[in-house]
Design a protein around this ligand. Sequence first.
Ligand code: FES
Ligand code: FES
Length: 134
Amino acid sequence: MYSEKVMDHFTNPRNVGEIEDASGVGTVGNAKCGDIMRIYLDVDEDTKVIKDCKFKTFGCGAAVATSSMATEMVMGKTIYEALQVTNKAVMEALDGLPPVKVHCSLLAEEAIHAALWDYAQKHNIEIEGLKPPK
Ligand code: FES
Ligand code: FES
């Protein structure tokens, strides 16, 4: 049912935890299942590159695996490039998810967007294409 990559990121998730004094934090809930995801970003002030990214979740295995992959994918990107890390891109990187688990991958994308929004608000900058969290 799950790809090897999903199982790998689920059993050995990368970047679990929190960042003290994070420059951006985003917390979202999944309306479908009630699960929660929080993403922390550490952004370089000058280059706007995401130096560190951590996550915490009360979520299922697919939520853990997608967040783990998503944190790896945004690291090293600028806050502008990070928008390319969509749930679709994350699912592709994981070699797919079962259809019933697709909504779980939205948690990671939404939490990253919420953290980027938080950062942009605090620094008074605009990230083109970024919508405010619901
Ligand atoms: Fe909550 Fe999947 S329904 S963990
Ligand atoms: Fe709730 Fe996966 S995040 S079922």
